[in-house]
Design a protein around this ligand. Structure first.
Ligand code: 5GP
Length: 183
């Protein structure tokens, strides 16, 4: 999908495909430096993190393994509540592993703070977070995002893995939708 297929549904482009590519290159270099000589278990959170996982992982020189979780947050509409249910758990035993959670976006932080506590309880050597985006104005709990791509305004965004009603995930950039789409 590209922006021409969106007609007037697209309101603005917040982060371009080139900006994403350049920033992921920087984050990958920082991760490689920090984990030198160690194997990293990348844990992607479905479905939104698929694009950032695919692109970030291929920029890493480190030895990596990949696993996936799907979680569902009980909440109203687009807001999460922090009460999280595991829909698909990891296949990997985390004992002694260096875990790097790969996320699309940190909004309230409730989902990630729950996830970090859950994964830490499984005996890993370390748990850190890489997230493409973070909305500082929306934070309800502090989450230590060691590798953050972009701080963005507290608006609902789509593209690069992120959906609205399962649409727009395959856009190569991150943007906002025109108000009429929600109407
Ligand atoms: P949190 O628990 O931090 O409030 O929410 C995290 C999850 O909510 C993200 O992993 C993502 O799935 C979803 N989310 C938060 N903000 C946005 C947004 O602006 N757009 C989309 N499509 N999903 C979002």
């Amino acid at each position: 999908m590209d922006s021409r297929m969106m007609g007037d549904d697209l309101h603005s482009v917040l982060v371009t495909a080139q900006q994403i590519d350049e920033r992921l290159t920087e984050l990958a270099a920082a991760i490689d430096a920090d984990y030198a000589g160690r194997e990293i278990l990348l844990v992607g959170v479905l479905k939104g993190a698929v694009m950032v996982m695919a692109d970030l992982s291929r920029k890493l020189a480190s030895d990596v393994r990949m696993d996936w979780m799907a979680v569902s947050s009980y909440g109203s509409g687009t807001k999460s509540s922090g009460v999280v249910r595991i829909v698909k758990d990891l296949d990997t035993d985390l004992t002694g592993r260096d875990v790097l959670i790969v996320e699309d976006i940190v909004d309230s932080g409730l989902t990630l703070s729950w996830l970090v506590a859950n994964l830490r309880s499984r005996g890993p050597a370390s748990v850190e977070i890489a997230a493409l985006m973070r909305k500082p104005s929306e934070a309800k709990v502090h989450v230590d995002v060691k590798y953050c791509g972009f701080d963005i305004p507290g608006e609902f965004v789509i593209g690069y893995g992120l959906d609205y009603a399962e649409r727009y995930r395959t856009l190569p950039f991150v943007g906002t939708l025109a108000p009429h789409v929600y109407a």
